[in-house]
Ligand binder design. Structure first.
Ligand code: PLP
Length: 496
């Protein structure tokens, strides 16, 4: 592509994105495409010859766009947000243009050093202790896996990485080696005891996934009971740990959730931290969504006990105006992390390795995008106060909506509102529970059919629950009022 064509389309695309930001509410929030509809319009074989950008652009508009769900829509109340911003997109554009692969300091010193600086800004912004160090990861799932791997190594004296998870016996008579997973035939390295991980029953599915991948085995993930607010009961945690020790297990890691995915429940960090300290367990904190709320002083309480944290993850790509992906992973002692992750083949060695951070040793991937750039743009453009304003607005909208639910006889709240998520259901003045599940499923379908707003559901205490999750940059009070109107009228229709 010649320079002039690039310029022409570059300008056109920026204009398109600017208009999209402005007009996104004209689209149905959730794509109405049926399964296979996009694929059926695309050729099975790749083009032999290059095509003109005008043809590609036309197909983007006609084929791809109708198959998109509009996460930046002000009526986005589904799941959690993944909000972006003009500042972030401009930063991302430069990252793509530079096309740098920032695995080591030497492969782009500015990328490493900017990452160190913005991660320390973030640390200060959410009030984590001095001395905690940060690294950008792709997602919370990857960061939690990283934490589980580090905890595993710490608990086994860094022996699993060397020897594998089990001591394998010699080949048997048939010449087959024993199953590496058969505990009957193998013995744990390091401690000789099976490692255990603890998280609340409301913990995110990425924890189970990480436990499986890191080799703990799903059976060794102990789910701890929660209280009426869906927060972990620390007493139950300690009981489980003590029981496991008595049964010959080795407790290794506790994962506290600050802001569960179902209802933004906040596990009591200080009490959990004291237990972790008492039994020398790794404490990982999953604050993927609600970590952002800690930027405002009145929500800082949820990180009380932060001095006990070994690692923490929160996602600027959820609620901090930084387009996906950008997860902020903090550790108290980078030595553990680096010792778990570092590799040092000859072809990656540089003359500066002693003096600098090589972030390739701070996570799973070798190659790294220059993600710090967009984060830098966002924090500088909005300033801490700009971000606080957004967070406070969203929290106040959630409070307003929760008040409406509370004051209405036909609806009820299903969980406390600790940040910007409201869990509710239509109780139709209390028909039997089973019937309510069916009715609320119907109600949610009706709400989403409007195309104006998009909400999703969860199950709380066995009850089908509708979630209204607020976090879009362009969502206004009027949008929340409109959402409440749509929900009420959809309920009336569902009644008929
Ligand atoms: C969203 C979420 C995750 C997963 O985040 P990814 O970055 O998509 O991996 C993990 N934990 C909690 C509590 C979440 O809300």
């Amino acid at each position: 592509m010649d320079k002039e064509t690039f310029r022409k389309y570059g300008h056109e695309f920026v204009d398109w994105i600017a208009d999209y930001f402005e007009n996104v509410r004209q689209y149905p929030v959730r794509s109405t495409a049926s399964p296979g509809a996009v694929k059926s319009q695309l050729p099975v074989h790749p083009p032999e010859e290059g095509e003109d950008m005008s043809a590609i652009w036309k197909d983007f508009n006609n084929i791809i766009l109708p198959g998109m769900t509009h996460w930046q829509h002000p009526g986005w109340f589904a799941y959690f947000p993944a909000n972006n911003s003009p500042a972030s997109v401009l930063g991302e554009m430069l990252t793509a243009g530079l096309g740098a692969q920032c695995m080591s300091w030497q492969t782009s010193p500015a990328a490493t050093e900017l990452e160190e600086v913005v991660m320390d800004w973030l640390r200060q912004m959410i009030g984590l202790p001095d001395g905690m160090k940060g690294v950008i990861q792709d997602t919370a799932s990857t960061a939690t896996l990283t934490a589980l791997l580090t905890a595993r190594e710490v608990a086994t004296g860094f022996s699993c990485n060397e020897k594998g998870l089990y001591r394998h016996e010699e080949n048997n008579a048939e010449g087959q080696s024993q199953s590496p997973l058969g505990q009957r035939h193998g013995e744990r390295y390091g401690t000789g005891r099976t490692l255990r991980v603890y998280a609340s029953s409301e913990a995110h599915s990425s924890i189970e996934k990480g436990v499986k991948i890191a080799g703990y085995g799903r059976e060794n993930l102990c789910y701890i009971e929660t209280d009426e607010k869906y927060a972990m009961k620390p007493g139950k945690l300690e009981q489980a740990i003590v029981k496991d020790i008595e049964s010959g297990f080795k407790p290794a890691c506790v994962i506290a959730t600050i802001g569960t995915t179902s209802s933004t429940a906040i596990d009591p960090l200080l009490e959990i931290g004291l237990i972790c300290r008492k039994y020398s367990l790794w404490l990982h904190v999953d604050a993927a969504m609600a970590g952002t709320a800690a930027i405002v002083e009145e929500k800082r309480d949820m990180l009380k006990g932060a001095e006990f944290i070994d690692s923490l993850i929160f996602n600027p790509h959820k609620w901090m105006l930084t387009n996906f992906d950008c997860s902020a992973y903090f550790v108290r002692n980078p030595e553990h992390l680096i010792r778990t992750m570092s590799i040092n083949p000859e072809y990656l060695k540089t003359g500066r390795d002693e003096q600098v951070n090589n972030y390739r040793d701070w996570g799973i991937q070798l190659g790294r995008r220059f993600r710090a750039l967009k984060l830098w743009f966002v924090i500088r453009h909005y300033g801490v106060n700009g971000l606080k304003r957004m967070i406070r607005n969203h929290i106040s909208y959630a409070q307003w909506f929760a008040g409406c639910v509370n004051d209405s006889s036909g609806f009820e709240l299903m969980a406390p509102v600790s940040a910007s998520l409201v869990c509710f259901r239509w109780n139709n003045n209390r028909t039997p529970d089973k019937e309510l599940d069916r009715i609320n499923r119907l109600l949610l379908a009706k709400i989403n059919e409007t195309g104006e707003i998009y909400l999703t559901h969860t199950i709380l205490s066995g009850h089908y629950t509708i979630r209204l999750s607020i976090g879009q940059r362009t969502t206004t009070k009027a949008d929340i009022e409109r959402a409440w109107e749509i929900i009420r009228s959809s309920a009336n229709e569902a009644l008929e």
